[in-house]
Design a protein around this ligand. Structure first.
Ligand SMILES: Nc1nc2c(ncn2[C@@H]2O[C@H](COP(=O)(O)OP(=O)(O)OP(=O)(O)O)[C@@H](O)[C@H]2O)c(=O)[nH]1
Ligand SMILES: [Mg+2]
Ligand SMILES: [Zn+2]
Length: 297
């Protein structure tokens, strides 16, 4: 009998599908024709499936609202960008790159700072000012308390989960699984110290899996050490910075890239401090990076 459900976990060729009607978890395989068509079911996919015996079969992947490559997941509403203050060190370039990828998929990003305890008061104050700039100028929700996992802040984050699919994303070792364990003590997710020499995580989380938390679905995902902009066309990039978008109607030229054009409102706002210098610098850097991909073809 044909049913519908959502893939909440994928392990070595098997997909665990949560049946929409019965809420029962069914282990399935994808039919061979998916492989032939080079379509890989993703965690988060809504599917139709057939389950008569012990093992079900995915018949069809229903149309996706969006899908991320890194981490591999589909149909996401909100992304918690877990950003460590240290170990691995904060990088505005990496944060902005993650944000741009999320914006490109029309997912709502939220910034969550971890490991603030590893900073001196002075370092923390500086980083807090930077992160609050994201809130002030780009309207991003920012969680950056001195004590990263204090109950009040964790509860406030939890309250955003209802009726949504939320993905936790960010560098390996940033503290995604640790934060999720603070959110739901029963999860008991594995966490591990980052490599001291490389200042990098060890990819402790290996798979994407969705959990039912506070009336929403929430995914822990494997972290990454770097991320690229391969899927993003240069002309789209200015639209992925919400604070640029706010002013671009006032630029003299339609389709202004905010680089060397005269009467550019974005550059004007930059000089007035309404746009962060670091965001603008990263924008130029990304534009260069995207243009360098093109040259290679
Ligand atoms: N000092 C300090 N350590 C933390 C904090 N948050 C997490 N850690 C530690 O950082 C290490 C990495 O945390 P994880 O939660 O495993 O990181 P992750 O983002 O899930 O990493 P991957 O699964 O590899 O992507 C662990 O040893 C945690 O105990 C924090 O706020 N302060
Ligand atoms: Mg993890
Ligand atoms: Zn402009």
């Amino acid at each position: 009998m044909e049913k519908t459900g959502r893939i909440i976990k994928s392990i070595s060729g098997f997909y665990d599908v949560l049946d929409d009607e019965s809420n029962v978890l069914v282990r399935t395989r994808a039919r061979g024709n998916f492989r032939k068509r080079k379509i890989k079911p993703l965690v988060g996919d809504k599917v139709s499936f057939d389950s008569t015996g012990d093992l079900g079969y995915i018949l069809e992947i229903l149309p996706r609202e969006n899908s991320l490559v890194r981490p591999p997941i589909a149909n996401v509403d909100q992304a918690i960008v877990v950003t460590s203050a240290a170990e691995p060190n904060f990088s505005s370039n990496l944060l902005d790159k993650i944000l741009v990828n999320i914006e490109h998929n029309e997912i709502e990003p939220v910034i969550y700072l971890t490991k603030a305890d590893l900073l001196s008061d002075e370092q923390y104050a500086e980083l807090k000012t930077t992160l609050m700039g994201y809130h002030e100028h780009a309207d991003y929700q920012v969680f950056c308390d001195r004590d990263s996992y204090n109950d009040q802040q964790v509860s406030k984050l939890k309250a955003t989960f209802a009726d949504k699919v939320t993905v936790f994303t960010g560098q390996s070792g940033a503290g995604k699984s640790t934060l999720l364990n603070h959110i739901d003590h029963d999860l008991g997710l594995a966490t591990a110290e980052i490599s001291q020499t490389l200042n990098r995580g060890k990819h402790t989380t290996r798979q994407v899996s969705l959990f039912d938390i506070e009336g929403g679905l929430v995914a822990d995902t494997p972290g990454f050490s770097s991320i690229d902009l391969q899927n993003i066309p240069a002309e789209e990039l200015p639209k992925l910075f919400p604070e640029f978008l706010k002013y671009s109607d006032m630029c003299q030229f339609r389709g202004c890239r905010h680089v060397n054009e005269p009467n550019c409102a974005v550059k004007e706002k930059l000089s007035e401090g309404q746009i962060m210098q670091s965001r603008y610098d990263n924008y130029l850097y990304f534009l260069n990076e995207i243009n360098s991909y093109k040259k290679r073809y």
